[in-house]
Design a binder for this molecule. Structure first.
Ligand SMILES: [Zn+2]
Ligand SMILES: [Zn+2]
Length: 163
């Protein structure tokens, strides 16, 4: 894996199977017994189409005025985040950002976000399996890795001397 293009890798991962991921997300909602309403389907469709971690306003803009009311978009994102189908990330001083957390089988991934350039880097979930198990055993805490974004520095930025 080269240092350049680590951000592109995440875009490519999501671009590869948008339909599958959307179906997996809708399937996960149904499995929980949540209804798949038109606004929920519309919001999930927007999130599945983009690898970016989007703010609620960006989701509303991408949906287009008139289709789904802005307040409904906010409520829907809240519900989807609470159900774990969508991840919500709070950046200090910024608006919360949303990303599809449910991906089709074999495409599960964790997100690392670079504090320098903002790139979202794909991280293999198995790298944290031991840490996960240890935390549960030691303090009874269960990590929600699908809903987490880890903060750090991408390979390219880590290799660049500080400006
Ligand atoms: Zn992703
Ligand atoms: Zn970076």
């Amino acid at each position: 894996m080269g240092e350049a293009g680590v951000g592109l890798e995440h875009d490519a991962l999501h671009a590869a199977a948008r339909g599958d991921d959307l179906r997996a997300a809708i399937g996960a909602l149904r499995m929980r017994g949540d209804r798949v309403t038109a606004p929920r389907r519309a919001v999930l469709t927007v999130l599945a189409a983009r690898a970016d971690h989007l703010t609620a306003d960006e989701v509303a803009s991408l949906l287009g005025e008139g289709d789904v009311h802005r307040a409904t978009v906010y409520r829907t994102l809240d519900l989807l985040a609470a159900s774990g189908v969508v991840s919500r990330q709070h950046a200090p001083g910024g608006a919360a950002r949303y990303h599809l957390a449910t991906t089709a089988a074999g495409r599960r991934h964790l997100h690392g976000q670079c504090v320098d350039c903002g790139a979202v880097v794909v991280l293999p979930p198995e790298a944290l399996r031991t840490a996960s198990r240890m935390l549960r055993a030691m303090v009874g805490f269960t990590l929600a890795l699908d809903q987490s974004t880890l903060v750090g520095r991408c390979a390219a930025c880590a290799a660049t001397p500080h400006h």
